[in-house]
Design a protein around this ligand. Structure first.
Ligand code: HEM
Length: 404
């Protein structure tokens, strides 16, 4: 484990390979203890600061006037927004106040408790159909058969996207996030993004002629804040929702199978006490940590915990580290469905950008667990989880399973 003996100034915490086999957890434990504010001068994705302690992340997220999310400075991931893409992908996740607050207000009504109750009914129906259709006694891939299907259907419902075309949402979502595609198949990626832009633009025009509806697309079309936005902003928001609403929740649904197989007593516990399911959902999201970090850019020279951060520096807030900090989450590497303070996890971020879709993600996972427990479905992992090396998202490509 060279990460644990290598001189601190030579470590690049962002190396994507670290995030496939748990090595990242050991490294971040070291950084939290030895260098909680760490500078990497020669990172794979450029020079950057790593913030690995819970309290420090919270402090930085509370200062958006100093630490910016703006796309023009690079956006919210360690992978800088490509300036060419920034011109056709703008989103409120990559805006600072006051623009951010104004735009977020338009989306928020799609996630109120009454909307969640309305969506809950269709989520439960789809979940039940999906689970009832799983093969008995045969090997299959949980990611393909459950996580992808459920989250894509959810997204289609949220946008009121044409049902028979919903498989495209998956292709577009992958095109946005796949590092492999960015590197090796840029033309194919651009073609997918172009197709997504054209299709959403058509839908935008259709909805603008119709009456306002409860779906997100209609909300954006008919709200003044969004009604006046240009094509770039519309596309950026759609891309944020496609990735935010899809990949993160999908990977949580996949990660939970690994967690319950590593700690089968925890599955038995929720079967015996289904009232623990909402807490178990938060524990899944803490443990899986679907967004490994968010990034900010310093807008001015600032001293932080004795370190001189310069204007323009990239500051990476490692949620994956804070979520396992011993002083906040004792025995943090363990998956415990009754962990008392689990709702403090940082997987949804903190402050003004805290995930607007958090409740929807939790609801989908909660319903999935409830329906599994109700049916006494016991999912046995039959092979290793296949993860994609990625510095920003905890992506799971496959979880081989069979039903016991
Ligand atoms: C923001 C994570 C599900 C839509 C965020 C942020 C995080 C996050 C960490 C903060 C970004 C920042 O601070 O820069 C997650 C995780 C999810 C999830 C872990 C699932 C387990 C969803 C869903 C939706 C969604 C289901 C919508 C359908 C958004 C949007 C923002 C956001 C629009 C931007 C909010 C803003 O900038 O004010 N998400 N998310 N997310 N998320 Fe999620």
């Amino acid at each position: 484990m060279t990460d644990l003996i290598e001189p601190l100034d030579q470590i690049d915490p962002s190396l994507p390979e670290r995030f496939v086999d748990g090595r990242a957890n050991a490294l971040f434990e070291r950084l939290r203890n030895e260098a909680p504010v760490h500078y990497c001068a020669n990172g794979r994705f450029g020079p950057f600061w790593s913030i690995s302690q819970y309290e420090d992340i919270v402090e930085i997220e509370a200062l958006p006037k100093i630490y910016s999310s703006e796309a023009k400075y690079g956006g919210v991931s360690i992978i800088d927004v490509d300036p060419a893409q920034a011109t056709y992908l703008e989103s409120f996740i990559m805006m600072d106040p006051p623009n951010h607050s104004q735009k977020r207000r338009t989306i928020a009504p799609a996630f109120t408790p009454s909307e969640m109750a309305r969506l809950g009914t269709s989520i439960r129906e789809r979940t039940a159909t999906c689970l009832d259709g799983l093969p008995k006694g045969e090997d299959f891939d949980w990611v393909q058969s459950v996580s992808i299907n459920l989250t894509i259907d959810m997204l289609a419902i949220l946008f009121d996207f044409p049902w028979d075309e919903r498989h495209k949402l998956r292709i577009w979502s992958d095109a946005i996030t796949s590092l492999e595609m960015m590197k090796n198949r840029p033309e194919e990626r651009a073609a997918n993004l172009f197709e997504m832009a054209s299709r959403f633009h058509e839908l935008w025009q259709e909805r603008s002629k119709g009456e306002p509806g409860p779906d997100l697309l209609s909300m954006m079309v008919h709200a003044t804040d969004f009604g006046e936005m240009g094509a770039a902003e519309f596309m950026g928001n759609m891309a944020t929702l496609v990735v935010g609403g899809n990949d993160t929740t999908r990977n949580s649904m996949s990660g939970m199978i690994e967690a319950f197989n590593l700690w089968p007593d925890q599955w038995e516990k929720i079967c015996a006490q289904p009232e623990l399911i909402p807490n178990a959902v938060s524990e899944i999201i803490r443990w899986q940590c679907p967004a490994l970090h968010m990034r900010r850019t310093a807008l001015e020279d600032v001293e932080f915990r004795g370190h001189q951060i310069r204007k323009g520096d990239k500051v990476v807030l490692w949620y994956i580290s804070a979520n396992r900090q011993e002083s906040v989450f004792p025995d943090g590497h363990r998956f415990l469905v009754d962990r008392p303070n689990v709702r403090r996890h940082l997987s949804f971020g903190f402050g003004i950008h805290r995930c607007v879709g958090a409740r929807l993600a939790e609801l989908q996972l909660q319903i999935l667990l409830e329906e599994m427990v109700k049916r006494e479905i016991h999912v046995i992992q039959t092979g290793p989880v296949e993860r994609e090396p990625h510095p920003f998202l905890a992506i799971i490509n496959s979880v081989p399973v069979k039903l016991g």
